[in-house]
Ligand binder design. Structure first.
Ligand code: GLU
Length: 545
């Protein structure tokens, strides 16, 4: 979840890039860097300045460097996934120093194989990042005679995972090239007067222009001060719609979607990517709880976990309970916060209370948390709003990075909360010595693949229209699940009631013969959730019944 920006025009590039990185700092801030192409319009060599820490460190370094006159450049604010935060691991990367430089958002999942191949070819790596493989691959293509865009097309095709890449090279003065591969990271192109911008987010572009175009998965751009050219991975030219955004553009507008809920469903790949990457690094495999340092140090003394929430958050908490039992082997239970606060719940300082609340302002959750505090329990909250009340009451917070959620029925906040709970469960498993480094690496690698998988699913046709029409005519329906899918079934039923006003119940599939099966007649809509897991064959029997 890094921030990316590029500028080509006739204004001084350094202050524009630094300003944009400040606007992007919320995405990641362990280190930052810029690369500038010398000379007005970009005629000369490229110089890189990068620093560990906040943008202010980079700003100070840039102020003392000789960067006068550069009007073309790229900048990056990093949130490390591969390789610790350091000056060397910060982007941009210049590989073997042959001129071409790269900034990257995402994860090159096959970086280890590519790195070995490049080392055999004589490339020398400076950093521990997955990203550096991209610049070495570009060097190979440029040496073979490709222009920068063709080189990026060829290289992109070799990368596994979701990425956004921007590169520039002295061989093509004043030119930036960009690629979007996969669903998890966006690329926005900003059109100015005699100048152009490239960025990961609107936030970096909006101070300069409201005329923008968004690259779709598999699209590339060559951007010069005079304008962009767009193409697909196979080189075919493509038209990317150029739009003028209203002044309140960004998260608060529905954009092309008929309603916020659909917009937010479609935003899941990015929300998940931002959340997951704020909590884990793949190499070294680690879970970070940056907003819960006190909780981290006390986790080893915990012997019980109580998860509380309401509605969708409670369903997420139920999934979290399974993760915690599975990875950490600690007794865990869930409760509705409004029930919890009125029963005589037994808690002590060895209990970890995990509250889940999208807004961090849910009254019943806050009341329950105050009670837990009196009992001396350790508390962590999972919420989507920095500095919210639950975060102030708890000993620490695990923030989901879903962005603004306007839809009344929570969507991206549900799935990101599930990811945050997964990270917490891994942390507990690690602290309690139940997970080896190899286990952790495997689970984190899997977790980092989720945004891309969700993106692929959302890109397909999810539910056939005729099924929707048949269900819409009914007044009741049933959602069945087992194991991790029981909370998903409960969540499905909750959504159906809230959004469609169709009475729906979520049930443990094994419970079906103890009552609800009596309701089922011909044409009664039943949604059975049966993914690939140990309970699938049992679920299939329930479906047959
Ligand atoms: N995977 C890259 C790295 O660790 C990019 C991280 C980011 O997107 O900030 O450097």
């Amino acid at each position: 979840m890094c921030g990316i920006v590029g500028y080509t025009g006739m204004r001084a590039a350094a202050p524009i890039l630094i300003g944009a990185l400040k606007d992007l700092e919320y995405r990641g801030y362990d280190s930052a860097g810029i690369a500038l192409m010398a000379g007005a319009g970009g005629t000369g060599a490229i110089s890189i300045t990068k620093r560990e820490g906040r943008i202010a460190n980079l700003e100070a370094a840039v102020a003392s460097a000789e960067v006068d006159g550069a009007t073309v450049g790229i900048g990056h604010t990093r949130w490390a996934t591969h390789g610790k935060p350091s000056d060397t691991n910060a982007h941009p990367h210049d590989g073997c120093g042959k001129g071409v430089v790269v900034i990257h958002n995402g994860i090159v999942e096959n970086y280890a194989t590519l790195r070995e191949e490049l080392l055999r070819q004589g490339h020398e790596f400076q950093s521990e990042t997955d990203s550096e493989t991209i610049v070495h691959l570009l060097e190979e293509q440029l040496e073979a005679g490709d222009d920068l865009l063709v080189a990026l097309r060829t290289v992109s095709a070799r990368l596994e995972g979701s990425q956004a890449i921007v590169a520039m090279s002295p061989s093509e003065p004043g030119t930036l090239v960009a690629a979007r591969v996969g669903n998890a990271g966006g690329v926005v192109i900003g059109y100015g007067e005699g100048e152009m911008f490239v960025a990961s987010d609107l936030a970096a572009v909006l101070p300069h222009t409201h005329e923008v175009a968004f690259l779709a998965d598999g699209q590339l751009a060559r951007v010069r001060a005079t304008g962009p050219e767009y193409c697909l991975a196979d080189g075919a030219a493509v038209t990317v719609e150029r739009r003028v955004l209203a002044l309140d553009a960004g998260a608060a507008t529905q954009g092309a979607y008929p309603h916020f809920m659909l917009k937010e469903i479609m935003e899941q790949p990015e929300a998940l990517s931002d959340t997951i990457r704020s909590l884990v690094t793949a190499e070294p495999p680690e879970v970070h709880l940056p907003d819960a340092p006190d909780v981290e140090t006390r986790l080893a003394s915990i012997d019980r976990v109580v998860l509380i929430g309401m509605g969708t958050s409670l369903n997420a908490a139920m999934i979290g309970r399974s993760y915690i039992e599975h990875f950490a082997g600690i007794p865990a239970e869930t409760d509705n916060a409004s029930e919890f606060r009125y029963r005589d719940a037994v808690l002590n300082e060895r209990t970890l209370v995990v509250s889940v609340s999208q807004s961090g302002e849910t009254v019943d959750v806050l009341e329950a948390m105050h009670q837990a505090k009196e009992a001396g329990a350790l508390q962590v909250t999972i919420c989507n709003t920095e500095g919210a009340q639950t975060a102030r009451v708890a000993d620490g917070a695990i923030y989901t990075r879903a962005g603004l959620e306007r839809g009344v029925a929570s969507t991206k906040c549900f799935t990101t909360a599930v990811c945050a709970l997964y990270a917490l469960a891994l942390k507990l498993g690690q602290v309690r010595g139940r997970l080896s480094v190899a286990d952790l690496r495997q689970h984190i690698t899997g977790m980092l693949r989720v945004p891309e998988a969700v993106g692929r699913m959302l890109a397909g046709e999810v539910i056939p229209r005729d099924v929707v029409e048949r269900v819409a005519a009914r007044s009741d329906m049933l959602f069945l699940g087992r194991g991790l899918e029981l909370p998903v079934a409960l969540e499905g039923a909750l959504k159906m009631k809230e959004i469609s006003y169709i009475h729906a119940e979520g049930y443990a599939a094994g419970e079906m013969k103890h009552g609800p099966i009596a309701l089922i007649d011909a044409g009664y809509p039943v949604v059975a959730i049966a993914t690939e897991h140990g309970l699938r064959s049992k679920m299939v029997s329930n479906i047959q019944q």
